[in-house]
Design a protein around this ligand. Structure first.
Ligand SMILES: Nc1ncnc2c1ncn2[C@@H]1O[C@H](COP(=O)(O)OP(=O)(O)OP(=O)(O)O)[C@@H](O)[C@H]1O
Ligand SMILES: [Mg+2]
Length: 231
């Protein structure tokens, strides 16, 4: 059977380099990855190995130098920017390494934003869903605070709740538990597991947290521009 028939994410022969004047920095090189529904994959690797670059490419936030990326059956390179935005809003969630919360909005409003942008769910339902997710990451009591009034780990958890509020097919997380204590990190893991079970959500998680990595279905190490199986 062709393994890619049901793939949520497929990338083939992916390469990315950055031009730095006369020099070229090759970050990714002949990288291949196929992920199925509800599969959870961890990517580990040293600082500067290209983990964030990889996630940005897979989510269509940057363009590869060469290679092919298919997300939920759509080949990113053939899509217009508006189509990619639509794909991201309908199918993907992204937790950035540096949160990117909207400073003028409360935690609850930040988490609600992707559903508000979709314009498909009644406001009351959006609010309930956003509250549920904030509760799930242990932040129910901080829902009315703006990012500047939250701790680093609390902001990180708001970003996680925001990425999951749309029940996406595929979520990219860049160091989601970097600022969290083990108990809180476990809550994030439980939430991922329950979404995987309930909605078949797949995850690609970049992490230095081996506790979290070990709980995923597969662990890859990004090394010399390509992914090698770490477990
Ligand atoms: N826009 C850019 N222009 C030039 N070089 C870049 C650019 N973005 C990243 N790089 C370089 O590419 C390499 C990979 O960066 P990347 O951010 O993907 O690393 P990382 O594995 O996420 O590291 P960390 O664990 O520190 O977050 C680094 O050497 C970085 O300096
Ligand atoms: Mg990074």
């Amino acid at each position: 059977m062709n393994e890619s028939i049901n793939a949520v994410l497929e990338c083939r022969a992916l390469a990315k380099s950055f031009d730095e004047g006369p020099e070229k920095l090759e970050v990714l090189n002949d990288l291949n990855l196929v992920i199925g529904p509800s599969e959870r994959v961890a990517v580990v690797g040293s600082s500067g190995s290209g983990k964030t670059t990889l996630l940005q490419l897979l989510a269509g936030l940057d363009r590869p130098s060469s290679g092919e990326i298919r997300v939920c059956g759509h080949e990113l390179a053939t899509m217009k920017e508006a189509e990619q935005n639509e794909l991201r809003n309908r199918h993907l969630g992204f937790v950035y390494q540096f949160h990117h919360l909207l400073p003028e909005f409360t935690a609850l409003e930040n988490v609600s934003m992707p559903l508000l942008l979709r314009k498909k769910t009644p406001i009351r339902q959006i609010r309930e869903r956003a509250e549920q997710l904030l509760d799930a990451v242990g932040l129910g009591a901080r829902a009315k605070h703006k990012p500047a009034e939250l701790s680093g780990g609390e902001r990180q958890r708001v970003a996680i709740a925001r990425a999951l509020v749309t029940e996406p097919d595929l979520v990219f997380m860049d160091e989601p538990t970097g600022n969290l204590d083990p108990n809180t990190a476990e809550k994030v893991h439980d939430l991922m597991a329950s979404l995987s079970n309930e909605f078949k959500t797949s995850f690609v998680v970049v992490t230095h947290d081996m506790n979290l990595a070990r709980q995923m279905d597969r662990v890859f190490r990004l090394d010399s521009g390509t992914l090698i199986i770490a477990s």
